[in-house]
Design a protein around this ligand. Structure first.
Ligand SMILES: Nc1ncnc2c1ncn2[C@@H]1O[C@H](COP(=O)(O)OP(=O)(O)OP(=O)(O)O)[C@@H](O)[C@H]1O
Length: 529
């Protein structure tokens, strides 16, 4: 447990993403199986320990610590594992001599019944020092909050063992902790694990922003850029799973979509919500604006009422697998023809096709784009007709051509309480973009007209992810992305980033975007007027 707790400590205090990946990689290389596999599971959020939730830990701690002190400290510290690990009375017996390994802890907790789990946890806490307790509680709750998402952890594994991260993604959802086959493959002791007949995630193809260039429409096809969220729908081995842009399993969030796809294959498209009266025109069928979709995002379990009020559907734009046949090597035009043929097998209530936009030439296309007024459209996508489906962003294959280019995806860095009605909420934010050396530099400060629900969510996020305090200002873990809109951007000597935004406002919380994919200072420099 000691090495794992040292890793967590080091991750909290390390800012650079690359340095964090290196720390994890080193740990995975020098830690034996199965401990490292459980650690990887904790880092990727796949470790399931059924009976230890926050409420259990709070109840347990209240037996040992004055409940009022516990509540106040928790409120101040923000993190339950940290609070309890610090307040837990020092053990009067022997400290752990190394027998409470990660795997021992996981096995003991998993083996315990609901009624026994608190006592099993307490017995281990009684034999660990504060940092061991911290690591155990983090492991048990699965909420690490060390600025590492699943994708980063897989990247760290891939870097450490010199394998391709996309190859890890391709099999990941077919594997289970403690990932013995994965480490065996990484160390050259075994074959690459296969994912036959399990619904695994296939890494998404992404786009580049279209800057001044004009494209030849013989070589590129145009589609609308729908203002929803990316979704991959996979059916294999009799099971359907939905994956988000980051490869997270979001099946439970959109049950009506999962329930209506039972043909072996992999689909790629944009998740939208049917809109009664909103955003209707000939381009968008019946998709509502992103605001309606927001009601469905970030929920793990969805009530029937929400399903009825905001029914989800997917506008498809690619077909990756037809049955077991991998179509990704085919040119876009052939995949498109296969997708069109596939549509007839799908439930029209839940799936429709992203239409192609016909235009005589690029100028005519630009005119169509300028004339589009629809809440569910964010611009256009241009796709090279002969391009295979490749993961990530590759030059020249897919372009996004947004309608309102003055937005940037920025990472939240600091938060402060608001004023007036918001004075008890952390609602004013400073956000930044990535500099070339991988450091995050502040580019602006803003708040937005959040809904009450969003305000509460953000306030909770800040309290739970605080890494530092400067008077009234809290520095937060660099994991949340905001889409920021602004009127213009200028060079400025007053800021370390060298940039100043005019009238920045937070347009959207991007829970679907990993922080390291937020915009770079360089991109913002390209928008300077
Ligand atoms: N017709 C379409 N074809 C492909 N992608 C589309 C389409 N309509 C909407 N999209 C969305 O546009 C995104 C393309 O931009 P990119 O690949 O850079 O992802 P992103 O970083 O999430 O983009 P953004 O933040 O600009 O939406 C896709 O990820 C997808 O969610």
């Amino acid at each position: 447990m000691r090495a794992f707790s040292q890793l967590l400590d080091a991750l909290v205090y390390t800012r650079s993403r690359l340095a964090k990946l290196k720390l994890i990689g080193d740990y995975l290389q020098r830690t034996p199986d199965p401990d490292r596999g459980y650690a990887l599971a904790a880092l990727t959020g796949t470790l399931d320990i059924p009976h230890v939730k926050g409420a259990v830990i709070r109840a347990l701690a209240s037996e040992r610590v004055d409940p009022l002190l516990l509540r106040m400290s928790h409120n101040y510290v923000g993190d339950l594992a940290e609070t309890v690990s610090l307040l837990w009375p020092a053990p009067d017996g022997e400290l752990d001599d190394g027998t409470i390994t990660i795997s021992a802890a996981v096995e003991r907790l998993r083996g315990a019944s609901r009624s026994d789990a608190p006592a099993v946890l307490a017995a281990m806490l009684d034999h660990l020092d504060a940092s061991g307790r911290f690591a155990l509680l983090k492991l048990a709750t699965g909420e690490l909050r060390v600025g590492i998402n699943a994708r980063n952890a897989k990247q760290a594994f891939a870097d450490a063992f010199e394998v391709d991260v996309e190859a890890v993604e391709e099999v990941w959802h077919g594997l289970k902790p403690p990932y013995l086959e994965l480490f065996a493959w990484g160390e050259g002791r075994g074959e690459q694990p296969t994912a036959r007949d399990v619904p695994v995630f296939r890494p998404f193809m992404l786009a580049h922003p279209l800057e001044d260039a004009e494209l030849e429409l013989d070589a590129y096809a145009a589609e609308w850029k729908w203002d929803g969220v990316r979704l991959q729908i996979v059916h294999a081995g009799g099971e359907t799973r939905l994956y988000s842009r980051t490869g997270d399993d979001v099946t439970r969030s959109f049950p009506e979509v999962a329930e209506s796809f039972a043909i072996p294959g992999v689909l790629d498209g944009e998740l939208l919500v049917r809109g009664a009266g909103q955003g209707l025109d000939e381009h968008s069928g019946s998709a509502a604006s992103f605001n309606a979709l927001q009601q469905r995002l970030g929920r793990k379990v969805v009530s029937q009422k929400t399903r009825d009020e905001f029914p989800a559907f997917v506008r498809l734009y690619d077909l990756l697998f037809d049955g077991a046949e991998d179509l990704r090597g085919l040119p876009w035009s052939e995949r498109r023809a296969r997708l069109e043929a596939f549509m007839g097998r799908l439930d029209p209530e839940r799936f429709d096709l992203s239409a192609l936009i016909e235009a005589e030439d690029f100028a005519a296309l630009a005119e169509i784009r300028a004339g589009a007024r629809d809440a569910a459209i964010e611009g256009m996508m241009l796709k090279r007709r002969d391009a295979p489906y490749v993961s990530g962003r590759r030059g020249g294959l897919w372009y996004k051509w947004k309608r309102d280019p003055l937005t940037a995806d920025c990472v939240v860095m600091y938060a402060q309480r608001g004023s007036g009605k918001r004075s008890s909420f952390y609602s004013d934010f400073t956000f930044g973009c990535w500099a070339e050396d991988g450091e995050l530099l502040p580019v602006g400060k803003a708040y937005m007209g959040f809904t009450d629900e969003e305000l509460k969510w953000l306030d909770r996020f800040v309290r739970r992810h605080t890494v530092n305090r400067f008077g009234p200002v809290r520095e937060v873990e660099k994991s949340l992305v905001f889409e920021v809109a602004f009127d213009s951007i200028h060079l400025s000597k007053r800021h370390r980033s060298g940039l100043a935004m005019r009238f920045p406002r937070i347009a959207r919380i991007r829970k679907d975007k990993p922080a390291h994919e937020a915009d770079r200072i360089e991109t913002l420099l390209g928008m300077v007027t």
